[in-house]
Design a protein around this ligand. Sequence first.
Ligand code: AMP
Length: 638
Amino acid sequence: MTRYKSFHAHSVDDPAAFWGRQADRIHWHTPFTQVLDDSRPPFARWFVGGTTNLCYNALDRHLPERGAQDALVYISTETGAERRLTFAEMFVEVNRMAAAMRALGVQRGDRVLIYMPMIPEAVFAMLACARIGAIHSVVFGGFAAGNLATRIDDAEPVLIVSADAGSRAGRVIPYKPLLDDALLESKAPQPKVLLVDRRLAPMPLFPGRDTVYPSAPEPGEPTPIVPCEWLESNEPSYILYTSGTTGRPKGVQRDVGGYAVALATSMDYLFGGKPGDVMFTASDIGWVVGHSYIVYAPLLAGMTTVLYEGLPVRPDGGVWWRMVERLKINLMFTAPTAIRVLKKQDPALLRASDLSSLRALFLAGEPLDEPTATWIARAIDKPVIDNYWQTETGWPMLTLPRAIDGVEIPAPKLGAPGVPVYGYRLSVRNERTGAVCAAGQKGVIALDYPLPPGCMTTVWRDDERYIKTYWSNFIGRMSYSTFDWGVQDGDDFVTILGRTDDVINVAGHRLGTREIEESLSRHPAVAEVAVVGVKDTVKGQVAFGFVVLRDPTRAEQAMDRLALEGELMQTVDRQLGSVARPARVLFVGLLPKTRSGKLLRRAIAALAEGREPGDLTTIEDPSALHQIRAALGFAGQV
Ligand code: AMP
């Protein structure tokens, strides 16, 4: 048996040899001529000259052997809908969608924005884009008009695929009015709009712009076959926007060939997924976990993917476990928040289902606390595997691989997601000097050049921003910053210690505090605002907004304060969507800042969590801290 450490060392010492072998996992229309081109750091090009297609690899390739196997099982506990599609049926649906896109003028390289609830058509649309070489940009359905408009402006789509409505906890959320508002707000050229009508909400159409997608073909209508566009491995497959420190989200751009190879390898080594297995990833297609492990990786591997619209506790906390039994789910993947929610349910609901098909539960997206990890591992009596990654990397950076032939995998340690994954030159570095930290010393988690296949290739249309944001944090070193604090032990295990920047993580959703601040500032009563992340026992973190009003007397009466708080929350709802809504909005006369005017967000967050505010040598006016304390005191009373 080889030790995992040596296996990992080989993968980073000779990446061309390692990834050259993994590339056989996918179909290449024309073979590549070079595994890795690392001549222009920080950019890396994988499988140069090879042509392939993600949709071909996800569907067409499986037809001879698995045409009759389920590719997708859709379950909605919101509408009661259920649908099973074999690979052959998916192939028909994706071709229909691709033909509709072509008919609306979508060409290779064009952007298609997908703003959809969790319905099969969302997956068809993603795969249809991949088929015709269009670049998809999926926007999370929980986002509202403002978020949507920023993304439309940046991606400049020729087509938007959307639907009449989504549904959450039985409440219909109309999408079309949000989309119409976003298009009014946007400055980009007017795209066409293709709409799926679920008959949940009225959907007035704009003639000449909007088309309704036919839910089924006309009787006798032949199935169109749209040929796959063979893309060079490094052409963009998609853009996925993610939050950073500025109010302007970054378009994470991904390639085609590197992504396919990285996902296929991860499905085998990290998840232990085999052709014919059933995988249930409870996330949303609007997030990276949804892109990689609801849509692409399971289908690339010839597995059945389960697409779920609903909550983990509706109609009751047993719903997921009954799905495991009924659909014979082998692999399950979700975020720790979902487990913390389930932990509050009656354990009998869990024991009532036969979980014998389930081999492991994977968790990612936010820190996994030990009590939750222990509780769920005992409750389901299966391995619970934490993995750490981010939108930018597209697949896990730290975890414990499930199984690699001939390789001895280390035993897990509670509290740490695991060891660096093959392909990643991951280290914990001093944030100032860039030197590798000694074991046990806190630093920033960094990745040395080149990033492995599957990771972001650049920021959409902004190479400069890619270099400046990610590759300029360690002076004199070609290292990528994850913006996460971490600490590595003598056995290579890394523990995550939170973000180094102003990004917060609410129930596994990544949000930029700057975006929420900008949204709150739109309210005419607001003069200044600071948003910070505060620890929460269920959601991991929640946002607190501290607001300075133009007219401070407005917050003097408890009733006025409550009314204003409500109005401000609604502003965020309308602008960004309820996921970004602060848990509390508190009013102060002054915000703590440095003498150069920088907000002391960390000090505010510390006070909100009942901790000491830390180093305050640079503070301009210490009385601002008393105001924060007083506001928090007030919050307790109302
Ligand atoms: P996102 O890009 O939305 O996937 O969010 C990525 C961020 O979530 C990371 O940079 C981390 O801060 C956090 N994160 C993701 N997975 C984990 C994990 N397993 N443990 C701790 N934090 C995590």
